[in-house]
Write a protein that binds this ligand. Structure first.
Ligand SMILES: Cc1cc2nc3c(=O)[nH]c(=O)nc-3n(C[C@H](O)[C@H](O)[C@H](O)COP(=O)(O)OP(=O)(O)OC[C@H]3O[C@@H](n4cnc5c(N)ncnc54)[C@H](O)[C@@H]3O)c2cc1C
Length: 355
């Protein structure tokens, strides 16, 4: 699942989400089977052994193939976790993450420094190791108000960004000292804790999936792009994602490191244009290094960027056209990147489509 708990199962599977679970694939890797209602109203069972082509298209298929009605997921035990935190130089991150990949870590993520003077120079790395079955419950996150104030206080403020870094790098370890938390506790944080409640601005997420041996290059290029832009970066986390070769719209065709970036943006036309330009530059930088970007967010990518990042897009359109010939299921993503100019000929898959 994602790093927050505010999402639906159908929505999570339909974007093929990923999170802090160390060195694991996206959620599709944990799906055993699901039932799907097709555009013709028929309900079909999909798994690796049954209707496999529909399984691959509907997982991470943004609701364009059918409606997922229920799903059978592999789950893991709730465990008790100890927390370790270290500060590392971004210039050593490839080597350090490569070493961590061989360790017995259950959850892990990095948080990058974002103030202008330190941007992509240092990161706080967090490891959670299991000590056995969970012994503690999901508990109240006592310092919620303080966490929110420190986080939102970093908006348009380099002082606020440095203060947050110092609080997370030096104060948090003292608060957490020797405490353990359950895995369920760690994954029970709602997005409302940090959400933007202003009518004048909104928060925008980006995600880039970069090969491990290219992340230092990506960080130095992202640093230049962001410092040369008028955008306000609020957060960057780093996670690992194992390869997903099962879904048609896979963002991790081989093992990747995910960069999750959160920006705060004024609700103006100028700011929207600036975000679009910056997003396209960041996508170019990711593509040049063999990386991809994530599809759930603002559709700022150009069509050619989308096609380069998702080379199986034609197979996806073919499945869509076989399974939903009258295009009942649509969304802005479909209308911008996938709607065919000409009707697509039906393939021989027709006999494979339950009538
Ligand atoms: C603050 C924030 C943090 C995030 N963090 C992460 C993260 O850590 N990792 C990550 O991977 N993503 C993350 N995301 C992205 C998130 O995973 C997606 O936006 C996800 O789709 C949200 O789930 P939802 O229930 O709101 O889905 P919705 O927005 O409701 O739906 C998403 C898509 O799935 C389709 N859909 C929904 N239900 C079904 C169904 N039953 N059958 C078929 N199609 C369906 C919808 O039509 C739509 O196309 C984050 C988003 C936000 C806003």
């Amino acid at each position: 699942m994602q790093s927050n708990c505010s999402f639906s199962v159908g929505g999570s599977i339909s974007v093929n989400c990923h999170g802090w679970q160390w060195n694991t694939g996206p959620i599709a890797s944990t799906v055993e089977s699901f039932t799907l209602m097709l555009a013709n109203g028929k309900i079909v069972e999909c798994s690796r052994n049954q209707n496999r082509h529909i399984f691959s298209a509907a997982l991470g298929g943004y609701g364009l193939i059918g409606v997922i009605l229920d799903v059978r997921l592999k789950v893991v035990e709730n465990t008790e976790l100890t927390h370790e935190q270290t500060i590392i130089d971004c210039s050593e991150s490839e080597e350090r993450i490569a070493l961590l990949l061989n360790e017995n870590i259950e959850m892990g993520f990095g948080r990058v420094a974002i103030s202008k003077d330190q941007l992509f120079e240092k990161l706080i790395w967090n490891n959670y190791r299991s000590t056995g079955p969970a012994t503690s419950q999901i508990s109240d996150r006592g310092v919620k108000a303080m966490k929110r104030t420190i986080f939102r206080g970093s908006e348009r403020s380099d002082y606020g960004k440095r203060l947050r870094w110092r609080a997370e790098a030096y104060l948090q370890p003292l608060i957490d000292n020797k405490k353990t938390v359950s895995r369920n506790h760690l994954l029970s944080e709602s997005t409302s804790l940090y959400e933007n409640r202003s009518a004048q601005s909104t928060d925008i997420l980006h995600e880039y999936f970069i090969p491990l041996d290219k992340i230092e290059e990506f960080m130095s290029s992202a640093k230049k792009i962001i410092l040369n832009s008028q955008t306000d970066l609020l957060n960057v986390t780093i996670r690992t994602v194992k390869s997903d070769q099962e879904t048609l719209l896979s963002y991790a065709p081989d093992d990747r490191v995910a960069f999750v970036m959160l920006f705060c943006q004024p609700m103006t036309k100028t700011a929207e244009e600036e975000m679009k330009r910056t997003t396209q530059e960041l996508i170019n930088s990711s593509l040049a290094l063999g990386g991809t970007y994530y599809l759930p967010y603002r559709p700022h990518a150009t069509t050619s960027q989308f096609k380069q990042a998702y080379p199986n897009w034609q197979k996806f359109i073919q499945s869509k056209s076989d399974l939903d010939p009258t295009q009942i299921f649509q969304n802005k993503f479909y209308l911008k990147y996938l709607i065919p100019a000409e009707p697509i000929a039906q393939t021989n898959n027709k006999q494979k489509i339950p009538q």
